[in-house]
Ligand binder design. Structure first.
Ligand code: FES
Ligand SMILES: [Fe+2]
Length: 452
């Protein structure tokens, strides 16, 4: 459990809060590139870390992210006109009195004032810098003097046809949503179903990489994983250790990277990041991107679980723009089917991701963590909270945020899943020293950054 004070510190992200100030020191997803696809196109509302903003792509193709309400008298710039301005400039023009702002917040036109007025030069809209990478428009909302280079998790070199970023809204605090993703224990419970026992043994219960279907059997076979954690430069990685039916040591390794990135266990290793970006204290957008395409099932044979499961793994239809609609919400009790819950699936919910939302959103927007009782299977969540709280306090006292240095190899953050051989150390899995990673990189043009 946490003290009420620490729970506040951990969860609140508005301007001036210690956690909000920590998060503002990192480049943060603000929206998908697909939401502002066209120069001169329609502006988009963005709410981020409790701030109301507006995003637009000006006629020259630059993406602006500026304050949502006009600096003049506060009309919403969402209703603005994205158009050419004087002297070859361009930007978003407020519909109320025509003041116009460039992507950097400069007021480039103030036609409601006399031509002789220099008032325009003394007005500026709050504007945050943007950077497009991997299908996401990222922004930096911290002080200009502490801005750091963009962290490349592998998105900078993705070919256009490999970009597959998505976003998904969840109605709860960002830490709560992230805890749900990091928690390895619940895969043995919430997401299970009866038919797992009937999946034929395909022979991969032995040291090495199990098939995805056999992994599911292992998760169900040993439902009380032992957690081992290793602190890293980016945060920590940890494994849930389970014993397989044949008596082997199976590990699922996931990673937490400051401040809200998770890379969840995957066979043989994973680079898909789930980022839990606060809209405000009560809402979160879960961004997702992968830097390698279908690496898991292609590499390891065996039964394809996706053809067997009784529920859908993601929402049936991802919008072409990458925005994933929510079909199951609190309003419809996540579509829970009690008969199915009795006979087929553990949760009764037909969609994998909505099973997660059912549990994390039903805690309320910000769970009162003074009320919880944590066990040994919660060790990773405890570590994540402690690291975040310590970093927020440190930054509030003038310290540097963790994991922002430009020379760190952010591409080397990977998850993994494997049955260990005698003497094999899980800490090697998914690192540059892992033969499976090397094998992949050898056959792939998008190798890690030079010198790594
Ligand atoms: S409120 Fe925007 S120009 Fe007046
Ligand atoms: Fe889950």
């Amino acid at each position: 459990m946490l003290s009420a004070q620490d729970n506040e510190l951990l969860t609140r992200v508005g301007p001036g809060t210690p956690m909000g100030e920590l998060l503002r020191r990192y480049w943060t997803p603000a929206l998908l590139v697909s939401e502002v696809p066209t120069p001169g196109g329609d502006p988009v509302r963005v709410r981020l870390l409790g701030e109301d903003l507006v995003a637009f792509r000006d006629r020259e193709g630059r993406v602006g992210l500026i304050q949502g309400n006009c600096p003049h008298r506060g009309a919403s710039l969402f209703f603005g006109r994205n158009e050419a301005g004087p002297d070859g400039a361009c930007g978003l023009r407020c519909p109320y009195h025509g003041w116009q702002f460039a992507t950097d917040g400069t007021c480039i036109d103030m036609p409601s004032e006399p031509p002789t007025s220099s008032f325009k030069d003394r007005v500026k809209a709050k504007a945050y810098p943007t950077h497009e990478s991997g299908g996401i428009v990222w922004t930096y909302m911290g002080p200009a003097e502490t801005i750091t280079p963009f962290r490349d998790f592998g998105t900078e070199t993705l070919a256009p046809d490999e970009v597959a970023a998505t976003k998904l809204h969840t109605s709860c605090n960002w830490v709560q949503a992230m805890e749900g993703n990091l928690d390895t224990s619940h895969i043995s419970w919430l997401h299970q179903w009866e038919g797992v026992d009937d999946i034929p043994d395909d022979g991969s219960d032995k040291p090495g990489y199990p098939s995805n279907a056999m992994s599911w059997k292992f998760w169900k076979h040993d439902r009380a994983p032992r957690l081992e954690i290793e602190d890293t430069w980016y945060g920590f990685k940890y494994v849930g250790v389970r014993t397989t039916p044949a008596g082997h040591k199976h590990v699922r390794m996931s990673a937490f990277c400051f401040p809200y990135n998770t890379v969840i266990a995957s066979v043989p290793f994973g680079t898909q990041h789930g980022l839990f970006v606060p809209v405000d204290d009560h809402n979160t957008i879960r961004y997702s991107f992968s830097t390698r395409v279908n690496e898991g099932l292609q590499e390891v044979g065996g039964t394809n679980l996706f053809a067997l499961s009784p529920f859908e793994f993601g929402p049936a239809e991802v919008g072409r723009n990458g925005i994933i609609p929510r079909r199951y919400t609190a309003e419809n009790d996540y579509g829970i089917d009690r008969e199915e819950q009795r006979t087929t699936t553990y949760s009764g919910v037909r969609e994998f991701i909505s099973q997660d939302f059912m549990v994390t959103e039903s805690m309320g927007p910000i769970y009162d963590r003074t009320q919880e009782r944590l066990g040994t299977s919660d060790k990773a969540i405890i570590r994540m909270r402690r690291l975040l709280i310590a970093a927020a306090k440190s930054v509030a006292e003038g310290g540097e945020p963790p994991a922002v240095e430009p020379d760190l190899d952010y591409r080397s953050i990977r998850s993994a899943e494997k049955i260990l051989d005698e003497g094999e150390d899980w800490r090697e899995l998914g690192t540059d020293a892992d033969p499976m990673v090397q094998r992949y990189d050898a056959g792939n043009a998008r190798t890690p950054v030079a010198g790594s």
